[in-house]
Design a protein around this ligand. Structure first.
Ligand SMILES: [Zn+2]
Length: 384
């Protein structure tokens, strides 16, 4: 039982991040884990995070969606969690996968504002409507996870919209996310290391974090500040440019990944390269035979996405996302091409990669549950 739960928590771990390009919603972990009405279980349970992530995945019609979690520091020693759950949350904190704060205050709304992502909360922030006009102007930017048949569903705080709706990065967010930042506190998991720091950069937490994946700073009196340490952040130069790409297999978006100027990415059946995007688990036998271990190489150069076929069998380009066979342009092994705004590269029929905004799920959606490994006892849901 314990082992099974550990596997679920591992699966959930892959769905929490503070990467501004990948987080699709923001939530307060201390709040979510206490939604006892969702499963009628213990006062606090980390599995509820998985249930809410599943609900988000269903709403966004996309697999592997990730969430930005702010975590009150008291949660790291919350006696309502099991010791295993506390250990897991501490690990997430150490790895910078979640943002730990002494007092979260309105940080959740600030993150939502800077990144343009929806907020998943039951709390009403009526007093902050002046500061964050989208709280009233954009229904769907704040939605409450509530019990539903077969798992949580979302209801809007304002207006009629029920589904969580993304906005745009605020102008301040765009400005802050154009730079990389350095926290003076040694071992800062959020703003340490990455980006070629000082002598001890490799000892600091988050040293292997790409500067392109740094979370948004907190603004205090107009000064970029580390939300964890309250320290003023140093400007460490421009942040590398990024493009968010998505993998679609069988009409369903399976995952997103970030391509940055500093880090090319290889996608294929089972790439050997570090940071490679493995597609094998979504492929049928024929596709698995066709697609090479490392099949296509992506590079971001002066704002252009350049794709190079590095496979044995070749690929094809679908210009403008056209699914008409006569439009498909073959891409022979070793050939390169600039990927146009709406273009997709097709590794095998039905296996496509393109810019995330241009690649919606195009088929009836059956998401893979992050809770798939959950023992039935923990998963007992209220009857519809
Ligand atoms: Zn810090």
């Amino acid at each position: 039982m314990r082992f099974e739960i550990s596997k679920v928590l591992d699966a959930i771990e892959g769905r929490v991040c503070t990467d501004p390009s990948l987080a699709r919603a923001v939530l307060d972990l201390a709040e979510i884990i206490r939604y006892q009405d969702i499963d009628g279980g213990r006062p606090a349970s980390l599995l509820r995070l998985g249930m809410v992530i599943d609900a988000l995945s269903r709403e966004m019609e996309e697999d592997s969606v990730q969430v930005y979690a702010v975590v009150h520091r008291a949660l790291l020693s919350d006696a309502d969690l099991t010791s295993n759950e506390r250990m897991v949350v501490r690990r997430w904190a150490d790895d910078g996968l979640v943002e730990v704060l002494d007092n979260p205050g309105d940080r959740m709304l600030e993150v939502a504002d800077l990144l343009g992502v929806p907020v998943l909360t039951r709390v009403r922030f009526d007093g902050l409507r002046g500061r964050f006009p989208w709280l009233v102007e954009q229904p769907g930017r704040v939605v409450a996870p509530v019990p539903g048949a077969g798992g949580p569903v979302f209801i809007a705080h304002v207006g009629g919209g029920h589904a969580p709706v993304a906005g745009k990065r605020s102008p301040t967010g765009a400005k802050l996310l154009a730079r990389q930042w350095r926290c003076p506190e040694s071992g800062c998991a959020l703003f340490g290391g990455g980006g070629g720091g000082g002598a001890f950069a490799d000892l600091a937490g988050g040293a292997d974090r790409s500067p392109a994946a740094q979370p948004p700073p907190s603004l205090r009196n107009g000064v970029p500040t580390c939300p964890r340490h309250g320290a003023r952040l140093g400007d460490a130069g421009p942040r590398p440019r990024t493009e968010v790409l998505a993998v679609r297999v069988g009409g369903l978006v399976r995952r997103r990944f970030v391509l940055s100027e500093e880090q090319p990415v290889v996608a294929g059946r089972a790439p050997e390269q570090e940071g490679g995007i493995m597609l094998g688990q979504w492929l049928n036998d024929e596709a698995r035979r066709w697609i090479s271990r490392g099949h296509v190489h992506f590079e971001l150069r002066v704002g252009e996405v350049i794709v190079t076929d590095i496979s044995t069998n070749g690929s094809g380009i679908r210009p403008g996302g056209s699914m008409t066979e006569s439009d498909r342009i073959p891409l022979a092994p070793q050939q390169s091409r600039v990927l146009g705004e709406n273009d997709m590269i097709e590794l095998y029929p039905g296996v496509q990669i393109g810019r995330a905004e241009e690649l919606p799920t195009g088929a009836p959606f059956t998401p893979t549950s992050v809770m798939a490994e959950a023992p039935t006892m923990a998963m007992r849901l209220p009857r519809p």
